[in-house]
Design a protein around this ligand. Structure first.
Ligand code: CA
Ligand code: CA
Length: 480
């Protein structure tokens, strides 16, 4: 276990070092009577670290912003007394205030071609102070260096329910780069210089989607590039899971201009499968089997969620383990539920098999003639009660809002003498009802787009015509 020994030694050294540092800080704060402040640090470069670095100061462009580490402070905090930038000569730069997310700072804005001399005064956290002058030289942006976006990600991204939102970050962050940028705030957040503009409401597809986020202020690198465009904008996808199907777009933007077509993201809809026949005979028995497909959710024993099911609408409930294997996703899963919603007197349910999250089966035995309608629901289990409420800033209260998505499917089984489905006049899709979709199907027949069926000729004259489609529509909306 030599490694542990080394680690411990390192730890002790670190501890000793921090003690010395703390002592220095105490001397700075309370050591007025002990004499002058400590002398300037040996390596004063750290005191004057800038964005971009001083190596770029002779090749600035109009539109650039230059700032120093010592000018950056937290939003709402005062700048450290003594830290200052002073313009000594030249009218090609102006002092401006800037901010990004958690940070605020004073910057030099390059407003026209020319040369300026500035003085920077800086104090570091240990109390070391210093001042230095710099010469800034700037010209108009060269014509052959327009802002350019390099895209190495597909224009269309597909995800499924259960996919970690971090997969989306992996697909785009580092794959969309911008070059020939102005120095200043990096395009990581569309609220600032640029980034990825997301369609509103895309966070509604995320289970436990957070807000925008990332580390403090981020600046364009010396080579005028940003390799992580939109990293703030996509912060909400971290530690979240797609739980609802839908689509949205991500548009690369810089300084109010869009670059290229948006990247489209589609979260595919799942499907509820079943093996129910359209019709059965009285006294028939069928084994109904259903699965939820088209997701990246893991089929698990339902018993793993026994506690969660007892807290189905509890906004304080926290499923443990809540996170997936990679700790970058919130687990989602389902409880299959099969309900007889019509014709209860015509069917007996037995041998229910519902031990798993993504599949279920039961035996249905039919008695008497009529229609049995079932509803198969994959009930999303409450794995994060926090998602079932939101904070209303107007009232200051937490409001219950169950926004879970429960995939479902209605199944119609006719019980007929011969076990053959009765074609209900106008019910083209055999759902057991005449609906607007049936009226549209009849219209397609009337105009010759599809072959007519016998039950589409509702008035029994002239074959299938627009008049039949209108009749079906009237039935569908309850007018006849
Ligand atoms: Ca129908
Ligand atoms: Ca007709």
């Amino acid at each position: 276990m030599a490694n542990t020994g080394q680690k411990e030694e390192k730890h002790m050294k670190k501890k000793a070092l921090s003690l010395v540092m703390a002592l220095c800080l105490m001397l700075t704060l309370f050591g007025g009577s002990l004499g002058a402040l400590p002398a300037a640090a040996e390596n004063t470069d750290a005191l004057f670290r800038s964005y971009p670095s001083a190596a770029c100061f002779d090749q600035l462009w109009v539109g650039d912003m230059v700032t120093f580490d010592c000018m950056i402070h937290e939003v709402g905090m005062e700048p450290i007394a003594g830290n200052a930038i002073t313009i000594l000569s030249g009218d090609c730069v102006e002092l401006v205030d800037a901010s990004q997310a958690t940070d605020e700072w004073t910057a030099l804005s390059c407003v026209k071609s020319g040369t300026a001399e500035i003085r920077v005064q800086s104090t570091d956290w240990q109390g070391y102070t210093g001042e230095r002058t710099f010469t800034l030289t700037m010209s108009e942006r060269p014509a052959d260096r327009p802002v350019n976006v390099i895209r190495n990600c597909p224009d269309l991204l597909h995800f499924k329910l259960g996919d970690a939102g971090s997969k989306l970050k992996e697909a785009v962050i580092g794959k969309i780069q911008m070059e020939n940028l102005s120095y200043g705030v990096a395009p990581v957040d569309v609220r600032d210089s640029g980034g990825l503009a997301l369609t509103e409401g895309c966070s509604d597809l995320l289970w436990f989607g957070g807000g925008k986020g990332g580390p403090g202020a981020q600046f364009v690198a010396d080579d005028r590039r940003c390799d992580y465009v939109g990293s703030w904008d996509t912060g909400m996808f971290e530690d979240s899971t797609f739980f609802r199907s839908g689509s949205f777009e991500m548009q690369p933007v810089y300084q109010g201009q869009t670059f290229g077509a948006p990247i489209k993201v589609i979260v595919d809809a799942p499907a509820v499968t079943h093996n129910a026949p359209a019709a059965v005979k009285p006294e028939d028995s069928i084994r109904l089997e259903t699965t939820l497909v088209g997701t990246n959710v893991t089929n698990q024993p339902l018993s793993a969620y026994a506690e969660a099911l007892e807290h189905d609408t509890d906004t304080n409930y926290w499923f443990s383990p809540a996170f997936g294997e990679n700790w970058d996703e919130w687990i989602i899963n389902y409880q299959p539920r099969i309900e007889v919603i019509e014709g209860q007197e015509l069917v007996t349910v037995s041998d229910v098999e519902n031990e798993n999250t993504l599949s279920a089966a039961e035996t249905l035995t039919f008695h008497g003639l009529g229609t049995v309608r079932l509803k198969i629901t994959y009930h999303q289990i409450n794995t994060c009660g926090m998602n079932l409420s939101y904070y209303d800033s107007d009232t200051g209260e937490s409001v219950f809002r169950d926004n879970r998505y429960h995939p479902e499917q209605i199944v119609t089984i006719q019980v007929t003498e011969n076990g053959e489905p009765v074609l209900l006049p106008g019910d083209i899709d055999g759902s057991g009802k005449v609906e607007v979709t049936d009226a549209l199907a009849i219209l397609r027949m009337a105009v010759g787009l599809t072959a007519p069926t016998a039950n589409a000729d509702l008035d029994g004259i002239n074959g299938v015509t627009v008049a039949d489609a209108l009749t079906a529509l009237r039935i569908a909306v309850g007018l006849s």
